[in-house]
Design a protein. Structure first.
Length: 157
């Protein structure tokens, strides 16, 4: 009976967190399988729109990624004492995975993205940074997928 009560009490926050994790996951997956291969095939300097220009990925990620991390932390803090130790461990692993994904994404956005926007960069520089982006973003995709698993798998009770 305790499990059913915990499932009921955490439902709203869990659903919101799952939706946010899904947005983050599929946004990064899109970058990985559509945007980055295009950049690797045709590494044109200055091809990425400005940070605040129409179509910038900042508008997709900026509001949702921090809210996702806050929702995950809120779930852990608010209900941590009410769930079994295994669920708490899973949530801690999920928070760790999100922290890894967030840290990598911050580095990519602050260090790699500017090269894609720089019209003075060479095609070789853009290509090399696209390779870095591909590998690092692949880790982000895996980290967010792991977080999604850790935050939702326990609900199969």
């Amino acid at each position: 009976m305790v499990e059913i009560e915990v499932l009921r009490r955490t439902r709203k926050l869990s659903v919101a967190l799952t939706a946010l994790l899904g947005m983050w996951f599929f946004g990064n997956l899109y970058e990985q399988i559509v945007w980055n291969p295009q950049l690797l095939a045709d590494p044109r300097p200055g091809s990425l729109v400005g940070e605040l220009a129409w179509g910038s990925p900042v508008f997709y990620y900026l509001p949702w990624v921090p809210i996702t991390f806050i929702a995950a932390a809120a779930l852990r803090v608010r209900f941590g004492a009410a769930v079994p130790a295994g669920v708490r461990r899973a949530w801690n692993l999920g928070l760790g995975a999100l922290a890894v994904g967030l840290a990598i994404k911050v580095v990519l956005v602050t260090r790699v993205n500017p090269v894609f926007r720089d019209a003075a960069a060479t095609s070789a520089q853009v290509h090399d940074n696209a390779v870095v982006w591909a590998f690092a973003n692949g880790v982000v995709v895996l980290a967010v997928a792991a977080a999604l698993y850790f935050f939702t798998a326990w609900r199969r009770v």
